[in-house]
Design a protein. Sequence first.
Length: 193
Amino acid sequence: MSSPLQDAPTPTLRRPSTQPVWSLGVRVLHWTLAVSMLVSFATHEGVGKLHEWSGYLALAAACVRTLLGVAGQGYWRFSHFVRGLSATLSYARAVLHKRDVRYLGHNPLGGWMVLALLADAVATGLSGWLFTTDRFWGVKWLEDLHSVLGHALIPLLLLHVAGAVFTSLRHRENLIAAMLHGRKPAARPGDVV
């Protein structure tokens, strides 16, 4: 005669379907920077105070994100996701040949895009702030630099969104949703964690 314990099904260990990747702080800074830069760009003609204050917010968010990229931990750190030129070019070739691996955080191209967007945000914000000081008020080259940097935002953002959509489709995951809730599908064999 069998006991009830012998007839019980054996529990199976299941991998979690998702895992946390980006903390609330990373996500809040990401969206604060994105929205404030877009508002500042949209208001650069004739809406002075909104343009100015959204620009200062973008500058502050970019500076905080940059400091955390240098001194933070985990997915905050640039060293966690910014790869060297050789590794980035190798990854780009793998993408072209449809052999790219999935990264749990930013892939090498995405890492460089983060740096490009932060550099643009900091340079645009600083040049805009300098333009309001007595020393640089009305200086034409600084105004032109601020304008060029501000307009560079649009192609950078389009590349950033295109990369997120492309990678989402390629690896069957929604990166935009992941930047809202902070979770991605759990790491699979072959993924770079």
